[in-house]
Ligand binder design. Structure first.
Ligand code: PSU
Ligand code: MN
Length: 307
C-alpha cells in the first residue's frame, strides 16, 4: 500500500492502509502533549492513548506538523521531539496551518488544527481531554477557542470530557447550540466538567453504548455537516475534589492576570498553574480522562467502521 502523500499532507502507511480497508482509525491531537501537559507525563499520556486506541481495535493517528507537512500518524519519537521544551514548537490552530506549512515549520496541532488534518486524511473520529471553548470574560475579550468554529465546520465525532473547566461552560454550551454541534453525554445527562464529572449543566441527549454512539454519529453526518461531541465524564475515582478544583481555578485565574496572559498562551498558562496549585492532582486527572476518551473513541470507531 502506497502511503498517501501530497505536498502538505503525509498520511502514514499504517493509517493510510487502515483507511483504504475501511478499518477504524482514531485521530489524536499533539497540543495536549506539547503544550497542555508537563513532562514526563505528557509522553506517557501519548503512549497510553495510542495503546488504548489499539486495545479497542482501532489504529491511532496522532496529528502534528513536521517540516511543512501535516502528518497523520506521528511516531512517539517524532512526538517526543516536538515536545522537547527547548524547541518551543508552535501551537497550531486551524488558521495557523497554512502559514506554518508554507514556512516548512514543525508544530503541534490543537483540536481545531487536528480536525483539519484528520478530515483532509479521511479520519472521522478523534479523542482529546477537554475541548477549547468560550473563556470567562469573553464578553469583553472575545476570547473563544477556534475549536468551536472547527466543530461547526467539520464532520467528525469528537470524544472529550466536555470542555476545560477553566472556561465559561454555560456560554460554551450556548455556542455549541448556535453552531449546530451535536452534544451527547456518554451514559449521563450531565455535561462533564473536565476534571469533574458534572459541570453543573445538563445535556439533552445521552447514549449508553459505543454502538449507540456510532449509530447516532452515522445518522448525524447524513443530515448535518457539523461535528458531534461525545461527552465522556471523568470516572469518580479519578475526578478532582470539588473544593480543590475551586481553589485551583481561582489561583490559575489570579496567576494568568498577574502575568498578563493573552492569545494562545492563555490555556497552557491556566493549565500549568492549575497543576502547580493542585500539586499534580490535575495532571493525574487529565491523564486518566484523556486515556479513557481515547479508549471510548476506539470502541466507537470500530462500530462506525461496521456501519
Ligand atoms: N485537552 C486537554 N488539554 C489540552 C487541550 C485539550 O486535556 O491542553 C488543548 C487542545 O489542543 C485544545 C486547546 O484545542 O487545548 C485549546 O486551546 P485554546 O483555548 O487556545 O483554543
Ligand atoms: Mn483563545
Amino acid at each position: 500500500m502506497e502511503t498517501f502523500r501530497s505536498p502538505y499532507l503525509d498520511v502514514r502507511e499504517e493509517v493510510a492502509t487502515a483507511l483504504a480497508e475501511s478499518r477504524a482509525v482514531v485521530a489524536l491531537e499533539s497540543t495536549i502533549v506539547v503544550h497542555g501537559l508537563p513532562a514526563p507525563t505528557n509522553l506517557d499520556v501519548a503512549r497510553d492513548c495510542e495503546n488504548a486506541v489499539r486495545d479497542a481495535g482501532a489504529v491511532p493517528a496522532t496529528v502534528g506538523v513536521l517540516g511543512g507537512r501535516v502528518v497523520v500518524g506521528l511516531t512517539l519519537a517524532e512526538l517526543s521531539d516536538l515536545a522537547d521544551p527547548t524547541r518551543h514548537v508552535a501551537k497550531l490552530s486551524s488558521r495557523d496551518l497554512g502559514l506554518a506549512l508554507a514556512r516548512g515549520l514543525d508544530g503541534a496541532t490543537t483540536v481545531a488544527g487536528t480536525l483539519a488534518g484528520a478530515s483532509a486524511a479521511g479520519v472521522a473520529v478523534m479523542a482529546t481531554g477537554g475541548l477549547g471553548g468560550v473563556h470567562r470574560g469573553a464578553a469583553a475579550t472575545y476570547d473563544e477557542s477556534a475549536d468551536l468554529t472547527a466543530l461547526s465546520r467539520t464532520s467528525a465525532l469528537v470524544v472529550a470530557s466536555g470542555v476545560k473547566s477553566i472556561l465559561d461552560i454555560g456560554a460554551t454550551l450556548e455556542r455549541l447550540d448556535s453552531l449546530g454541534v451535536a452534544v451527547a453525554g456518554y451514559r449521563t445527562t450531565r455535561f462533564p466538567g473536565f476534571y469533574l464529572a458534572d459541570s453543573g449543566f445538563g445535556v439533552d441527549w445521552s447514549v449508553a453504548t459505543p454502538e449507540e454512539a456510532a449509530r447516532a454519529f452515522a445518522a448525524h453526518r447524513a443530515v448535518a455537516s457539523t461535528a458531534m461531541l461525545l461527552a465522556n465524564p471523568i470516572s469518580v475515582a479519578s475526578a478532582l475534589d470539588a473544593d480543590l478544583h475551586e481553589a485551583a481555578l481561582a489561583a490559575a485565574f489570579a496567576h494568568a492576570e498577574e502575568v498578563g496572559a493573552h492569545g494562545k498562551e492563555v490555556t497552557p498558562i491556566l493549565l500549568a498553574e492549575f497543576a502547580r496549585y493542585s500539586a499534580g492532582a490535575s495532571v493525574a486527572a487529565n491523564r486518566d480522562l484523556v486515556v479513557d476518551n481515547a479508549s471510548l473513541a476506539g470502541e466507537v470507531a470500530v462500530r462506525l467502521a461496521l456501519t
